[in-house]
Write a protein that binds this ligand. Sequence first.
Ligand code: GRG
Length: 294
Amino acid sequence: MNFAAWMAGIQQRTEDALTTHLPAATVAPSHLHAAMRYATLEGGKRVRPLLCHAAGSLFGAHCELLDVAAVTVELIHAYSLVHDDMPCMDNDVLRRGKPTCHVEFGEATALLVGDALQSLAFQLIATPFSGLEPVRQIEMVNLLAVAAGSRGMAGGQAIDLASVGEQLTVSELEFMHIHKTGALIRCAALLGAHAGGAGPDEIIRLGHFANRIGLLFQVVDDILDAEASTATLGKTAGKDAAQNKPTYVNLLGARDARVMAATLRDEAHNSLQPFGERAQRLHELTDYIVDRPF
Ligand code: GRG
């Protein structure tokens, strides 16, 4: 199967699983449930689920288990976007080509959407799954909690908010992004590996790859934010510069940011060498992350 067909298949599986696991909008409290579905369904590239499946396939994980793991990461991601767009944070009105959740449903509901999506993610990943050892499952719950928390994504967001108008060094910027964006991307890959029963050494090796990919994703995001249009991105373009936020583009310049992306891409590919041809999807995903349109 070629990469495009594989990607479309995983995106559809993810959409189906999210549709199933999110409470129906007809179930009370329907305003909250409608908003949760609005914020999560029919949009997004599903990069984290793709990574989870690609990593899981490396270790022969069951697709049904990968669906659950992928959904949990995507729910945390959707929650982070809802909160990030709120007036107290990035204050944005456009996400995935439509009005942001708080614009459509109000601020209080958007806050609850994030809370409830996060809780749902942990409910799903903590639900016993046949064939998955409890010790392994607890490790997966722990991974997700650390990735989403103050030592991961939420911590990175705190640094991001505090850095507006500040002059960061490249290593400070890297520290922020390893947490804000990289932690959840890394978690997606590692959950996939755990779902396939990967051993400690394999987890460490895959972790090296995931760290490169997390940073690569962010460098490309900065380049896209600076160079692509709002229509293409489906979110407000040029936001980082307008908000005086440090980015790889304004720190290094567009040319060197591209050089950095190329280096990270090479490092990501090289880190997959020990896995041989089994890592084909991860190689393809690496290239997709660089060449993605939005
Ligand atoms: C609110 C706790 C909390 C955290 C927010 C991830 C994040 C932290 C904020 C999003 C802001 C942002 C634009 C970060 C840059 C990288 C990124 C996560 C982009 C959006 O992810 P994509 O491109 O989005 O995977 P789609 O819509 O495709 O799912």
